[in-house]
Ligand binder design. Structure first.
Ligand code: MG
Ligand code: MG
Length: 246
Protein backbone atom coordinates (compact mmCIF):
# COMPACT_ATOMS: atom_id res chain seq x y z
CA UNK A 1 0.00 0.00 0.00
CA UNK A 2 1.18 3.54 -0.77
CA UNK A 3 0.79 6.25 1.83
CA UNK A 4 -0.09 9.91 1.17
CA UNK A 5 2.17 12.78 2.21
CA UNK A 6 -0.15 13.42 5.16
CA UNK A 7 0.02 9.79 6.26
CA UNK A 8 3.81 9.75 5.93
CA UNK A 9 3.96 12.82 8.17
CA UNK A 10 2.05 11.00 10.90
CA UNK A 11 4.35 8.00 10.55
CA UNK A 12 7.35 10.34 10.82
CA UNK A 13 5.95 11.56 14.16
CA UNK A 14 5.34 8.01 15.41
CA UNK A 15 8.89 7.12 14.36
CA UNK A 16 10.31 9.98 16.41
CA UNK A 17 8.54 8.67 19.52
CA UNK A 18 10.02 5.21 18.94
CA UNK A 19 13.49 6.75 18.48
CA UNK A 20 13.05 8.57 21.79
CA UNK A 21 12.07 5.27 23.48
CA UNK A 22 15.30 3.80 22.11
CA UNK A 23 17.41 6.70 23.39
CA UNK A 24 15.81 6.62 26.85
CA UNK A 25 16.13 2.86 27.33
CA UNK A 26 19.64 2.73 25.87
CA UNK A 27 20.81 5.41 28.30
CA UNK A 28 19.47 3.31 31.21
CA UNK A 29 21.12 0.01 30.27
CA UNK A 30 23.56 -1.01 33.00
CA UNK A 31 24.18 -4.02 35.25
CA UNK A 32 21.38 -4.35 37.81
CA UNK A 33 18.53 -2.66 35.95
CA UNK A 34 15.57 -4.97 35.37
CA UNK A 35 13.77 -5.41 32.09
CA UNK A 36 10.57 -4.19 33.79
CA UNK A 37 12.34 -0.93 34.71
CA UNK A 38 13.32 -0.50 31.05
CA UNK A 39 9.67 -1.05 30.13
CA UNK A 40 8.62 1.70 32.56
CA UNK A 41 11.14 4.12 31.03
CA UNK A 42 9.74 3.44 27.55
CA UNK A 43 6.18 3.72 28.84
CA UNK A 44 6.96 7.17 30.27
CA UNK A 45 8.12 8.35 26.80
CA UNK A 46 4.85 7.15 25.23
CA UNK A 47 2.83 9.01 27.88
CA UNK A 48 4.91 12.19 27.61
CA UNK A 49 4.46 12.31 23.80
CA UNK A 50 0.73 11.60 23.87
CA UNK A 51 1.26 8.40 21.88
CA UNK A 52 -0.31 4.97 22.27
CA UNK A 53 1.48 1.63 22.48
CA UNK A 54 1.05 -0.88 19.67
CA UNK A 55 2.78 -3.59 21.75
CA UNK A 56 0.65 -3.45 24.90
CA UNK A 57 -2.25 -5.94 24.60
CA UNK A 58 -1.09 -7.06 21.13
CA UNK A 59 -2.50 -10.63 21.19
CA UNK A 60 -2.37 -10.16 24.96
CA UNK A 61 1.28 -8.97 25.21
CA UNK A 62 1.60 -7.36 28.67
CA UNK A 63 4.18 -4.56 28.08
CA UNK A 64 5.14 -1.66 25.76
CA UNK A 65 8.54 -3.14 24.83
CA UNK A 66 9.98 -6.59 24.22
CA UNK A 67 13.20 -7.34 26.12
CA UNK A 68 15.20 -10.33 24.83
CA UNK A 69 18.57 -11.04 26.48
CA UNK A 70 21.43 -13.18 25.11
CA UNK A 71 20.10 -16.38 23.47
CA UNK A 72 16.54 -15.01 23.37
CA UNK A 73 15.85 -13.77 19.84
CA UNK A 74 12.63 -11.73 20.15
CA UNK A 75 9.35 -11.20 22.03
CA UNK A 76 10.76 -11.37 25.57
CA UNK A 77 8.35 -10.16 28.27
CA UNK A 78 9.79 -7.53 30.65
CA UNK A 79 9.98 -8.77 34.22
CA UNK A 80 12.33 -9.07 37.18
CA UNK A 81 15.35 -10.22 35.14
CA UNK A 82 18.26 -7.91 36.09
CA UNK A 83 20.82 -7.21 33.35
CA UNK A 84 24.35 -8.30 34.20
CA UNK A 85 27.80 -7.36 32.94
CA UNK A 86 28.51 -9.16 29.66
CA UNK A 87 24.85 -9.61 28.62
CA UNK A 88 23.47 -8.42 25.35
CA UNK A 89 19.87 -7.19 25.36
CA UNK A 90 17.53 -6.72 22.40
CA UNK A 91 14.84 -4.09 22.87
CA UNK A 92 11.94 -3.83 20.42
CA UNK A 93 9.30 -1.13 20.75
CA UNK A 94 6.67 0.79 18.88
CA UNK A 95 4.25 3.70 19.14
CA UNK A 96 1.07 4.98 17.50
CA UNK A 97 0.44 8.65 16.69
CA UNK A 98 -2.92 9.69 15.17
CA UNK A 99 -3.53 6.07 14.15
CA UNK A 100 -0.16 5.56 12.43
CA UNK A 101 2.51 3.15 13.61
CA UNK A 102 6.27 3.12 14.15
CA UNK A 103 8.30 0.01 15.06
CA UNK A 104 12.04 -0.36 15.70
CA UNK A 105 14.52 -2.49 17.64
CA UNK A 106 18.15 -2.50 18.70
CA UNK A 107 20.59 -4.71 20.58
CA UNK A 108 23.09 -3.30 23.08
CA UNK A 109 25.82 -4.71 25.26
CA UNK A 110 25.78 -4.43 29.06
CA UNK A 111 29.22 -3.26 30.18
CA UNK A 112 32.08 -5.28 28.73
CA UNK A 113 30.90 -7.93 26.27
CA UNK A 114 32.66 -10.78 24.44
CA UNK A 115 34.25 -10.30 21.02
CA UNK A 116 31.62 -12.52 19.37
CA UNK A 117 28.81 -10.55 21.01
CA UNK A 118 30.29 -7.25 19.84
CA UNK A 119 30.76 -8.59 16.30
CA UNK A 120 27.22 -10.03 16.23
CA UNK A 121 25.73 -6.66 17.18
CA UNK A 122 27.85 -4.82 14.61
CA UNK A 123 27.05 -7.29 11.80
CA UNK A 124 23.30 -7.35 12.56
CA UNK A 125 23.07 -3.56 12.46
CA UNK A 126 25.11 -3.51 9.25
CA UNK A 127 22.79 -6.14 7.71
CA UNK A 128 19.80 -3.90 8.52
CA UNK A 129 21.42 -0.98 6.69
CA UNK A 130 22.26 -3.21 3.72
CA UNK A 131 18.55 -4.09 3.59
CA UNK A 132 17.50 -0.44 3.92
CA UNK A 133 19.74 0.46 0.96
CA UNK A 134 17.55 -1.81 -1.21
CA UNK A 135 14.36 0.19 -0.46
CA UNK A 136 14.60 2.14 -3.67
CA UNK A 137 11.76 2.88 -6.09
CA UNK A 138 11.65 0.31 -8.92
CA UNK A 139 13.68 -2.29 -7.00
CA UNK A 140 12.01 -5.56 -5.93
CA UNK A 141 11.13 -6.00 -2.25
CA UNK A 142 12.86 -9.30 -1.68
CA UNK A 143 16.25 -7.83 -2.58
CA UNK A 144 16.08 -6.59 1.03
CA UNK A 145 16.31 -10.14 2.36
CA UNK A 146 19.05 -11.09 -0.04
CA UNK A 147 21.16 -8.11 1.10
CA UNK A 148 20.56 -8.85 4.80
CA UNK A 149 21.42 -12.53 4.38
CA UNK A 150 24.60 -11.78 2.43
CA UNK A 151 25.97 -9.57 5.21
CA UNK A 152 25.03 -11.96 8.03
CA UNK A 153 26.30 -15.13 6.36
CA UNK A 154 29.54 -13.52 5.10
CA UNK A 155 30.32 -12.95 8.79
CA UNK A 156 29.66 -16.61 9.62
CA UNK A 157 26.29 -15.95 11.28
CA UNK A 158 22.77 -17.06 10.31
CA UNK A 159 19.43 -15.30 9.83
CA UNK A 160 16.23 -16.44 11.52
CA UNK A 161 13.56 -17.68 9.08
CA UNK A 162 10.40 -17.96 11.21
CA UNK A 163 10.15 -14.25 12.08
CA UNK A 164 10.31 -11.53 9.43
CA UNK A 165 9.84 -7.84 8.68
CA UNK A 166 6.58 -6.37 7.38
CA UNK A 167 4.81 -3.47 5.79
CA UNK A 168 3.52 -0.97 8.38
CA UNK A 169 0.98 1.87 8.44
CA UNK A 170 -2.42 1.93 10.15
CA UNK A 171 -1.54 -1.47 11.64
CA UNK A 172 1.84 -2.56 12.97
CA UNK A 173 1.97 -5.69 10.83
CA UNK A 174 0.67 -5.25 7.29
CA UNK A 175 1.23 -7.27 4.10
CA UNK A 176 3.57 -8.06 2.53
CA UNK A 177 6.06 -9.72 4.84
CA UNK A 178 9.76 -8.93 4.35
CA UNK A 179 11.94 -12.00 4.91
CA UNK A 180 15.56 -11.55 6.00
CA UNK A 181 16.70 -14.09 3.43
CA UNK A 182 16.24 -14.67 -0.28
CA UNK A 183 12.86 -16.42 -0.52
CA UNK A 184 13.32 -17.54 -4.14
CA UNK A 185 11.08 -14.91 -5.72
CA UNK A 186 11.80 -11.21 -6.33
CA UNK A 187 8.64 -9.93 -4.58
CA UNK A 188 6.60 -6.81 -5.38
CA UNK A 189 8.08 -3.77 -7.14
CA UNK A 190 8.78 -0.89 -4.75
CA UNK A 191 6.90 2.37 -5.24
CA UNK A 192 7.19 5.71 -3.47
CA UNK A 193 4.95 5.94 -0.41
CA UNK A 194 5.37 2.30 0.60
CA UNK A 195 6.56 1.86 4.21
CA UNK A 196 8.27 -1.18 5.69
CA UNK A 197 9.71 -2.34 8.99
CA UNK A 198 12.93 -4.18 8.14
CA UNK A 199 14.13 -6.29 11.07
CA UNK A 200 16.97 -8.80 10.77
CA UNK A 201 17.31 -11.30 13.63
CA UNK A 202 20.83 -12.74 13.38
CA UNK A 203 22.12 -15.72 15.37
CA UNK A 204 25.77 -16.38 16.17
CA UNK A 205 25.08 -20.11 15.62
CA UNK A 206 22.38 -21.83 13.57
CA UNK A 207 19.09 -20.25 12.47
CA UNK A 208 16.72 -22.64 14.29
CA UNK A 209 14.38 -21.35 17.00
CA UNK A 210 11.96 -22.52 19.65
CA UNK A 211 9.37 -20.80 21.81
CA UNK A 212 9.24 -20.90 25.61
CA UNK A 213 6.15 -22.06 27.51
CA UNK A 214 5.21 -18.41 28.17
CA UNK A 215 3.93 -18.39 24.58
CA UNK A 216 6.12 -15.42 23.63
CA UNK A 217 9.88 -15.74 24.19
CA UNK A 218 11.68 -17.04 21.09
CA UNK A 219 15.06 -18.69 21.74
CA UNK A 220 17.95 -19.90 19.58
CA UNK A 221 17.71 -23.70 19.38
CA UNK A 222 21.47 -24.12 19.92
CA UNK A 223 21.72 -21.61 22.77
CA UNK A 224 23.85 -19.19 20.73
CA UNK A 225 23.55 -15.41 21.07
CA UNK A 226 21.08 -13.49 18.91
CA UNK A 227 20.82 -9.82 17.92
CA UNK A 228 17.92 -7.83 16.43
CA UNK A 229 17.87 -4.44 14.69
CA UNK A 230 14.82 -2.80 13.11
CA UNK A 231 13.78 0.50 11.56
CA UNK A 232 10.58 1.82 9.95
CA UNK A 233 11.47 3.14 6.49
CA UNK A 234 9.56 4.80 3.63
CA UNK A 235 10.37 4.43 -0.05
CA UNK A 236 10.58 8.01 -1.37
CA UNK A 237 11.54 9.74 -4.63
CA UNK A 238 14.84 10.55 -2.93
CA UNK A 239 15.62 7.02 -1.69
CA UNK A 240 14.86 5.36 1.64
CA UNK A 241 13.76 7.64 4.51
CA UNK A 242 14.22 6.13 7.98
CA UNK A 243 11.47 7.34 10.33
CA UNK A 244 12.79 5.78 13.54
CA UNK A 245 16.19 7.51 13.71
CA UNK A 246 16.80 9.95 16.57
MG1 MG B 1 9.60 -4.36 16.25
MG1 MG C 1 8.43 -5.21 13.44
Amino acid sequence: MRRSADELNKMRKAGKVVAEMHEATRAAIRPGITTMQLNEIASDVIAKRGARSNFLNYHGFPAVICTSPNNMIVHGIPGDYALKEGDIISIDCGAIIEGYHGDAAYTAGVGEISDVARRLIEVTERSLWAGIDQLVKGNRLHEVGRAVQNVAEAAGFSVVREYVGHAIGTAMHESPQVPNYWPGTPGPTLKEGMVFAIEPMVNAGGPETYELDDGWSVMTADGSLSAHFEHTIAVTDNGPEVFTLA
